[in-house]
Design a protein around this ligand. Structure first.
Ligand SMILES: Cc1cc2nc3c(=O)[nH]c(=O)nc-3n(C[C@H](O)[C@H](O)[C@H](O)COP(=O)(O)OP(=O)(O)OC[C@H]3O[C@@H](n4cnc5c(N)ncnc54)[C@H](O)[C@@H]3O)c2cc1C
Ligand code: SF4
Length: 491
């Protein structure tokens, strides 16, 4: 079933006749164009929403970490009742314009229709509801009726911090969000590129949150500009929502050559430049042979950025096998299967190599990377993946982007200044109600669960807010989608 609103938009232009090869001029705007719906689009969307069977047990609720009320808003869209659909959507999700654009939609893997036909395109129904709601002026500030007199500091302005802050402000607490960067949004601002999520969506929500009473302070690094202990004494409660951005390195020969960078160094600069900001001596892919090590979301975002910067070639190396294109038998419905994913960036260009183990970076006399040595991956009986001797080959590489995931959050200052416990994997330890080992300090999002997804960050921010509210007032009416122990069991 076609995506009713995902209008792919790659701007292409023929060059003058003296240049034979057509070239793609790609801009930084969202690849999927979500234009205002005309009557034909409305009909298509209604037909899509009408495919929902309103199952007795809606497995999509289980698939969505937020417990989004999917059959309810499908029915309302089918009837053309956008105000009500928007209300039901916001009942469980603070920022559907983010998830509707870049959530991997585990709900769709759990849709009952998916047993024997394509599932309902839930994610595109979600984004249509929220875009239509904004277009019709239905999204307004929800100002609290009374103030409780309690104060809360939320540290970190990614989706977890923003969701916690919005919930707590609406409950009547006085909330300040502290962010070390120069702009609000966390990885949504400087990680995810504009061609996936334009920053105007974040700015529009910040405007709503300011109107509701949430305060924002950028350029404040907690642990440096103010200690965590001081912060705790100044506020009645603290929410740690600092993300998990310690990159996983590849310590092989040649790692210290110039031109070998972590993906995030490159993406943050790319996002700043796309936003019209200044970057001194930026890392550029222009005319370079770019190699991206790691085949996940971050790698795909590097690919789209490098193509827009007019790289000479872009190769993505994945150490593992190419995943299947269809759901394998050992990952039956309604689980979320690991499938071969083709993002819009993959559609735009570049090559993907699987079973590729990088063994060495090689450089020139100036200490700049020029080549990369890779070998075919072998799976050992204990599951370890190693390079197969004798299969080494060399490929050109003027720019290498290491995109191998993240090892966890930065916790040195927090643990030193408060004595907060960590988990065995280096995340901030929390109990079932997102409380850390320090009384009055809570944790939500990637800082507590490790690098994950926006939908989980929002779900945890909402749940942590409910626990903070109960801590401050003795009881809470805020919804808490999911306890931390249940979260730990899920991907
Ligand atoms: C390149 C990339 C692409 C991604 N694409 C997707 C995608 O398509 N779909 C998806 O669902 N997920 C995606 N993710 C994952 C998603 O972005 C994260 O899971 C999500 O942003 C986590 O939210 P968070 O609020 O926990 O933390 P973050 O978004 O990381 O925000 C944490 C914030 O805390 C701030 N901070 C940290 N320490 C301090 C301190 N001491 N004082 C003050 N501020 C501090 C940081 O500057 C940051 O702004 C992607 C991640 C990356 C890196
Ligand atoms: S937030 Fe993600 S999982 Fe939940 S309904 Fe939307 S697309 Fe599906």
């Amino acid at each position: 079933m076609a995506d009713p609103r995902g209008f792919l938009k790659v701007r292409e232009r023929e060059l003058p006749a003296d240049r034979a090869v057509p070239v793609r001029l790609m801009d930084w705007r969202e690849v999927h164009e979500y234009r205002a719906m005309n009557p034909e689009d409305q009909q298509m969307l209604k037909r899509q929403a009408g495919r929902c069977m309103d199952c007795g047990i809606p497995f999509c609720h289980q698939g969505c970490p937020l417990g989004n009320l999917i059959p309810e808003w499908n029915d309302l869209v089918r009837r053309g009742q956008y105000r009500e659909a928007s209300e039901r959507l916001h009942a469980t999700n603070n920022f559907p314009e983010f998830t509707g654009r870049i959530c991997p939609a585990p709900c769709e893997s759990a849709c009952v229709l998916g047993i024997n036909q394509p599932p309902v395109t839930i994610k595109s129904v979600e984004v249509s509801i929220i875009d239509e709601a904004f277009a019709r002026g239905l999204v307004e500030p929800v100002v609290p009726q009374r103030l409780t007199g309690h104060t809360v500091a939320v540290v970190g302005s990614g989706p977890a911090g923003l969701a916690a802050a919005q919930q707590l402000t609406r409950a009547g607490h006085t909330v300040v969000v502290l962010e070390r960067d120069d702009a609000i949004g966390g990885l949504l601002r400087y990680g995810v590129p504009d061609f996936k999520l334009e920053k105007r969506h974040i700015d529009r929500r910040i405007e709503q949150m300011r109107a509701e009473g949430t305060r924002f302070r950028t350029g404040v690094e907690v642990g440096v500009d103010i200690t965590w202990a001081e912060l705790r004494t100044r506020y009645d409660a603290v929410v740690v929502a600092t993300g998990a951005t310690e990159p996983r390195d590849l310590p092989i020969p040649g790692r210290d050559l110039e031109g070998v960078h972590f993906a995030m160094e490159y993406l943050v600069q790319g996002n700043r430049l796309a936003a019209g900001g200044a970057v001194e001596d930026p890392i550029s892919a222009k005319d370079k042979h770019v190699v991206i090590i790691g085949g996940g979301d971050t790698g795909s975002d590097c690919l789209g950025t490098a193509l827009r910067q007019r790289a000479a070639s872009v190769t993505t190396l994945a150490i593992g096998k190419k995943p299947p294109t269809e759901r394998p038998e050992n990952q039956p419905w309604p689980t979320t299967p690991t499938l071969f994913e083709v993002s819009s960036s993959h559609e735009e260009g570049g090559e993907r190599t699987f079973l590729a183990s990088t063994v060495e970076f090689r450089g020139d006399e100036n200490g700049h990377v020029t080549h990369l040595v890779l070998a075919t991956t072998e799976y050992l009986p204990d599951g370890r993946r190693v390079p197969t001797p004798g299969t080494e080959r060399i490929i050109p590489a003027d720019l290498v982007l290491i995109s191998m995931g993240f090892t966890g959050p930065e916790t040195a200052a927090l643990t030193e200044q408060t004595g907060a416990d960590l988990t065995g994997r280096g995340a901030v330890a929390r109990d079932d109600s997102y409380a850390t080992s320090v009384p009055g300090v809570f944790v939500a999002g990637d800082a507590g669960r490790g690098q994950s997804l926006i939908v989980w960050a929002i779900a945890e921010g909402r749940a942590a807010a409910a626990s903070v509210d109960a801590f401050l007032q003795g009881a809470t009416e805020l919804p808490a989608p999911i306890p931390a122990s249940a979260v730990a069991l899920r991907p």
